[in-house]
Design a protein around this ligand. Structure first.
Ligand SMILES: Cc1cc2nc3c(=O)[nH]c(=O)nc-3n(C[C@H](O)[C@H](O)[C@H](O)COP(=O)(O)OP(=O)(O)OC[C@H]3O[C@@H](n4cnc5c(N)ncnc54)[C@H](O)[C@@H]3O)c2cc1C
Length: 381
């Protein structure tokens, strides 16, 4: 087992960290107030090769390993969890386009996404529920040359910022569940497509909300994969993004811990730095221990993917534990900063609200534990 990073990986991470700290970190709180991603910065991120970096050079990517993509995610997310979302959405969704979009569609959109010129989201959840995703009801009716979409998607990330959206819709019978779902690439400025942002707790720069489809026409060429097969074909890519989500959340915890060690060594109480108290340092030491374990889990999952080995169980582990752990660590770091931590003079209260969302987004902990249990029970059958 070799934990040493290659010179190329080290160089890429150093460049990503430099860019993240110099360019992204200073605007983290301002972008929350503005409730939007910075499209100029996104283009810079793209030019430097930080969006969907694992994509092939032919599509504008850097052809780095999945593990390297995860390391870049960490570098960016520690500075701004929301801007890092674009890396997440880019990596998750471009791999779907590569596999299931027509060549013309893939060539049109993937380079734009990698360059930071277009944002691509994914719309699966509906008002009626997200965990039981196979029960989705948004209807795609076949017509001459394409499909007509009617219905609503709920709690979709980047709802009013995405240029295009991968939309899951029912093409089979009403009760066909997973066997009657197809996926489509929808341009968000299409006729019949509107959106509404929710008032929410965090991730305001990304934003979440509903997308409404009223007789929205989508051409045949925009269907991704086979009709009625989206559930088995298109959704398999979610294992990759689960490891990225783990690292996205842990990076916020890592940055918070770094700041907390410094603060603990500078802040004085009872005539001495608060770091002389084990009651202050032991929770941080415990957090460092668990952070390290959780990062290694995510790295291993990406390594498995790089080596074409099964990683569904590990990916589900990355999706339930690291987001929860990150929340707990940021909470501890906020407390370490006393009253200041509770104010927006520091970024902890925003970080806490931001990372919490990914205990729900992309599937709750219970759903991830169901996946792990199913995989493990399958091994003993
Ligand atoms: C920050 C954020 C970002 C998101 N981004 C997107 C996006 O980009 N695209 C998208 O399509 N969706 C997105 N979502 C939606 C998200 O995927 C769903 O909210 C999630 O899958 C859960 O669905 P639900 O909210 O309808 O909860 P429900 O399915 O109604 O579940 C409610 C509760 O019951 C539990 N539960 C349900 N069934 C079971 C069971 N069988 N066993 C045990 N417990 C169960 C759940 O764990 C949950 O705690 C996002 C959500 C958030 C918060």
């Amino acid at each position: 087992m070799n934990f040493e990073l290659s010179p190329d990986q080290k160089a890429m991470i150093a460049a990503a960290e430099q860019f993240a700290m110099d360019k992204i970190a200073p605007g983290y709180q301002a972008r929350e107030k503005a409730a939007g991603l910075d499209r100029v910065l996104l283009k810079e991120m793209g030019q430097l090769g930080f969006i969907a970096p694992e994509q092939s050079e032919a599509f504008g990517g850097s052809e780095v390993s999945y593990l390297t993509s995860g390391l870049i995610m960490e570098a960016l997310s520690g500075a701004d969890f929301n801007m890092a979302y674009v890396q997440l959405l880019g990596s998750l969704n471009t791999q779907i386009l590569v596999r299931y979009a027509s060549t013309a569609l893939a060539e049109k959109w993937i380079p734009k996404i990698c360059r930071g010129e277009a944002v691509l989201g994914v719309a699966l959840t509906e008002p009626g529920g997200g965990s039981d995703a196979a029960n989705l009801q948004l209807r795609a009716t076949k017509v001459e040359g394409g499909y007509i979409l009617n219905g609503e998607k709920a709690s979709i990330s980047a709802v009013d910022q995405a240029d295009i959206m991968i939309v899951f819709a029912r093409t089979g019978e009403k009760d066909s569940r997973a066997k009657g779902v197809s996926a489509f690439l929808v341009e968000m400025n299409s006729k019949g497509v509107t959106s509404a942002r929710y008032e929410g707790m965090g991730q305001h720069a990304v934003g979440h909300g509903s997308i409404f489809f009223e007789d929205a026409f989508v051409p045949d060429a925009h269907r991704l994969g086979d009709e009625n097969k989206a559930f088995t074909q298109v959704m398999e890519g979610f294992d990759f993004s689960r490891a990225l989500i783990g690292l996205q959340c842990l990076a916020v915890a890592r940055q918070s811990l770094k700041e907390s060690w410094k603060y603990a060594s500078e802040r004085e109480a009872f005539g001495a730095p608060i770091s002389v108290n084990q009651g202050v340092t032991f929770p941080l030491a415990e957090a460092e221990t668990m952070l390290e374990a959780a990062r290694l889990l995510c790295y291993k999952t990406l390594w498995l993917k790089d080596n074409n080995q099964p990683h569904t169980t590990e990916a589900a582990m990355c999706k339930w534990w690291p987001p929860k752990l990150a929340f707990e660590i940021v909470h501890q770091c906020l407390l370490t900063h006393g009253f200041g931590g509770y104010t927006s003079d520091y970024p902890f209260e925003q970080r806490l609200r931001d990372v919490l969302g990914l205990q729900i987004g992309d599937g709750t902990a219970n759903i991830m534990k169901m996946i792990i249990a199913r995989q493990k029970l399958g091994e003993v059958q």
